[in-house]
Design a protein around this ligand. Sequence first.
Ligand SMILES: *Cc1c(COP(=O)(O)O)cnc(C)c1O
Length: 341
Amino acid sequence: MSNRIIELRSDTFTKPTPAMFEAMMSASVGDDVFGEDEMVNALEQKTAKLFGMEAAIFCPSGTMTNQLAIRAHCIPGSEVICDEQSHVYIYEGGGIAVNAQSSVRLIRGEKGKITAAQVGNAINNPNDIHQPVTRLVSLENTSNRGGGSIYDFKEIVNIKNVCVQNKLKLHLDGARLFNALVGSTETPLNYGKTFDSISICLSKGLGCPVGSLLLGNTEIIKQTRRFRKLMGGGWRQAGFLAAAGVYALDHHVERLREDHRRAKEVGKLISKLSYVKDIYPIETNIVIFELDVTITAIEFVKKMNENGIKCIPFGKHLVRMVTHLDFTDNDLEYLHHVLSS
Ligand SMILES: *Cc1c(COP(=O)(O)O)cnc(C)c1O
């Protein structure tokens, strides 16, 4: 047994590269609560421009950017439509109820993706006083629990049309939006045109230690600045972190293709295992597979841990592996070695 550790639990584990560290150390910073941190301002403007949106706000986490958006779009007593596997529903501590005092209408989508027809059927009658008022649709792209699946942009446009017809806002949890962009032919500008707000994580595939951005119009972003302060999220010399973000947008987007290629390679190795029953289609950097009844996810993960390979149980028989900046071809070789021994 070697001491080697291969981290496949999440793409959040990456450490800054030397060049990213260099960019962080040479950042020119100020107090962001006063609006005077040059790097933060530069990151917000750069990202907003890339998506053709009016403004952006830099925050510590994707949970915060999602929650700020939902809070800004909903008043108490609203309802949010989303897939039942959504991060905003499963992994944000019930934040929709706490922060926006709103309820959720869950849709059973396909690999985390919902359709315009499903959205249409889930909208409450605004004239029925019994029902919460549907105000927001939240999509996730790529879908984490859908195995990094990418939406067909045509369906997103269909959903947008339903939203416009019914006066609903449309939010995108784009924690891994750059994976979706690199894995398709769609442009950031088209996303910017379609959504009322977009949340993007710098701390996932883009390889930053910390940080997410929320994009939207000037009014929404102004409102979320107040909410962020109220939550204790007003930060000071955040420019050191923003510098990592600017660096990542310039240098770490195209390379996501490598993560996608390696994820496909991981998938090939996994599908050869006799006790693997099913594997989700691999569209980006996430590999989810189902083990047969002879082994539970916990048992499999334990076995892998003993060989220095870390991955996470994603259900009783489901396991997730995520490729990223710090998972190399050499690591792939080692994984091959472990799985075939
Ligand atoms: C990681 C992630 C987030 C944000 O998570 P934080 O840990 O709060 O930054 C949001 N949505 C999805 C789909 C994610 O995978």
